[in-house]
Design a protein around this ligand. Sequence first.
Ligand code: HGY
Ligand code: MN
Ligand code: MN
Length: 428
Amino acid sequence: MLSSPLLSPEISAGKRAVSRCDSLGVPPFSDTQTGLFRAYLSPAHAATLEQVGVWMRESGMSTRIDAAGNLIGHYDGLSPDAPILLIGSHLDTVLNAGRYDGALGVMLGVEVVSFFHKQKKRFPFAIDVIGFGDEEGSRFPVAMLTSRAVAGALEALPSALHDAANISLQDALRENHLDPARYMKAAMPPGKVLAYLEAHIEQGPVLDTLGEATGIVTAIAAQHRYRVIITGEAGHAGTIPMSLRHDALAAAAEAILAIERTANEGPPDLVATVGQLELEPGAPNVVPGCVRLSIDVRAGSDTVRDQGAAQIRAQLEALAGRRGVSIAIQRQHDLPATPCDPQLTALLARSAQRINGSEPHFLVSGAGHDAMIMAALAPVCMVFIRCHKGISHNPAESVTAADAEKAFEIMVDFIISFSEKNETEQES
Ligand code: HGY
Ligand code: MN
Ligand code: MN
């Protein structure tokens, strides 16, 4: 366990939050010795839940791990059955990740509660800080699984999910002393959560380009994620004439350029990415017989996303026909564009105005966040923190303690305003 100097009073909340993310960036809080990878239900994830749980309890919260493996810190309200203001983000990461994507939002939530705890300040609502276990979908082929469980947006625990080591989601849960049959118990009761607030690095270059420490999110982009399998015919690299080949990798190469061209030529908010590529058999003297690749398609609206995805599908099927290979395109997840709650966003913007002394910059998030799932349970709002050159999903991801401090102050101001607004509404 890390010692508590990180809790020493002379360190600002922003600096402590950033320092804690840094301390979580290495083993045992990473599954890899070099680079950061913290996979859902992995040993690094378990170690991280234990460490963040210590920091939560030091900050005046009781803690629990819910049926889906999310860590939840609870700061009592004025009455035991008070509703909940939920602050959160995710603790899992992508492969070779940056240290702040997700974790910074959880650490800032802990800082906010620690501030009120030191002030002995209680509200007519409890404050829960949640560290979601699986936002990235970097271990099992599904994303936002644990926020779906909390939001009650899961019909059932998916049954046929395996990781790269062929470990099932069910076995991974059992390894973490969680009962797959109870997974759905992670759902929070509708009406119990008054609002969900997420602080997150922007993961894009807008705030850094504008010289803004923070921004206010108006909506989160729509996204689809696909799994594509191209099956050709493996063959001898020396004997098969080019005209008789069914080369799965050459077909995949043409497909990847078609995907890029479709997004380039589409509306400015349409983006498409091939992030994963595996080929078989992978020998230098064998014509590749099979390729599996991922496609991530996003846009500010469902319509633009869907049009882009349809164009990509049509081009891939056409090129497969020309090349005499078969192609299977399976959608793995479908996240609609999600607007943030206008009233909460206006309140958060006023807090940003007070803290920064200037009108906040509003922006749409191209990155997905748990907030887009939590919108099914409660009104959501998000504050973005500048990250250097917008670099993210990359070890070079960086954020300053001063910018994190600004976000912390905005969150504290927002919670006080939110409480006053609620009290005024109840009196009227
Ligand atoms: O992919 C995303 O937008 C997020 O980082 N999971
Ligand atoms: Mn991410
Ligand atoms: Mn994230």
